[in-house]
Design a protein around this ligand. Structure first.
Ligand code: ADP
Ligand code: MG
Length: 319
């Protein structure tokens, strides 16, 4: 199968590659064309995943595609942006039709879930890797930045943490357990759900936001640095994945929740008077701490001890 036939068969023909919405022209020309409504800004983010670095060489192609698109789209959620579409630059060792069909199928599932359209890309031969660039739109001036947290704001997260990190031994095949809890964890890893609606609901309300990809402590450090404040987290208030607690116990689950990455749950700061309205509307907003004067991140443990968290995150102070 040649390059053009491959593109046509697996990507241009996909349901998610149809033009529509803000996509005026999709795959097939030299560029895609997007409509950005007046008064809105274009939000753009790109992510590369390399086999053997970001995912195991032999993983399921459908799951890989789902995860790649979810992880990239999560950056739009973190900005409060509405998804428009994405490009896919794919480097493949071979044109393996079974692999490509599975990959395209996984992409289709996550694109439908995120209301994303495939608008173009590039296809090359080489060691397996992929670069996805996502495009979204956000009302001018309303994007959720990392830099707006104020002293006195609440620190919140959009849901339970730790599941994806807890799944890593299963993903890497270091551990085999196909019980219900293990399956739930694997699903969290391979099919994270970008919190797009929550991000949009936080526009004009949250003062800073990001999606947790490197771990709660490390990512809160990014908000603290960008905003010039200190974020204090109360360990007891950090919501943990129930399946994870069932599987490895409270203490190890907390380690995953604080330092494990890959959950793609939103973390954000919120003026106290915005909390009741968001909770009344049913948004999954969980308060885990506060914004204080100073810098960095601190963790209040169950015993009331304050642990300063270094720039390298949890490892730094546990050493
Ligand atoms: P060009 O040489 O102009 O860059 P290509 O031959 O690389 O064009 O691609 C032809 C068309 O197919 C373009 O519209 C491009 O965006 C699209 N395309 C190529 N690879 C992919 C892919 N992996 N996924 C989606 N679209 C692709
Ligand atoms: Mg090209």
């Amino acid at each position: 199968m040649g390059e053009f036939e491959l593109i046509r068969h697996y990507f241009a023909a996909a349901a998610c590659a149809r033009a529509g919405g803000d996509v005026v022209l999709g795959i097939g020309d030299d560029c895609a064309l997007l409509n950005i409504p007046a008064g809105e800004q274009l939000a753009v983010s790109t992510d590369t995943l390399v086999a053997g670095v970001h995912f195991p060489d032999s993983c399921d192609a459908a799951l890989l595609a789902q995860r790649a698109l979810a992880v990239s789209t999560s950056d739009l959620a973190a900005m409060g942006a509405t998804p428009i579409g994405f490009t896919l630059a794919l480097t493949l060792p071979a044109a393996d039709s079974t692999w490509l069909a599975a990959f395209a199928g996984g992409l289709e599932i996550m694109a439908a879930r995120c209301n994303m359209r495939l608008i173009g890309g590039d296809t090359t031969r080489g060691p397996l890797s992929m670069t996805l660039t996502v495009f979204g739109r956000v009302p001018s001036g309303q994007a959720l930045l990392r830099s707006g947290a104020h002293v006195g704001d609440l620190l919140c997260v959009g849901g339970p943490l730790g599941a994806a990190a807890g799944a890593l031994p299963l993903v890497l095949g270091e551990q085999q357990d196909i019980g219900e809890d293990a399956l739930a964890l694997l699903d969290s890893y391979w099919s994270p759900q970008p919190q797009l609606e929550l991000g949009q609901a936080l526009r004009g309300k949250a003062t800073a936001a990001l999606d947790i990809s490197d771990g709660l402590l490390a990512d809160c450090g990014h908000i603290a640095a960008a905003s010039g404040v200190r974020l204090c987290i109360e360990e007891q208030r950090v919501p943990l994945s129930e399946a994870l607690v069932q599987w490895i116990g409270q203490e190890r689950a907390m380690q995953c929740g604080l330092t494990g990455g890959d959950d793609y749950v939103l973390a954000f700061t919120l003026p106290t008077d915005e909390l009741p309205g968001l909770q009344a509307d049913g948004w999954p907003v969980q308060v885990i701490g506060r914004v204080e004067p100073g810098d960095g991140v601190c963790l209040l443990d169950a015993g009331g001890n304050t642990l300063a968290v270094g720039k390298q995150g949890y490892n730094h102070f546990s050493a």
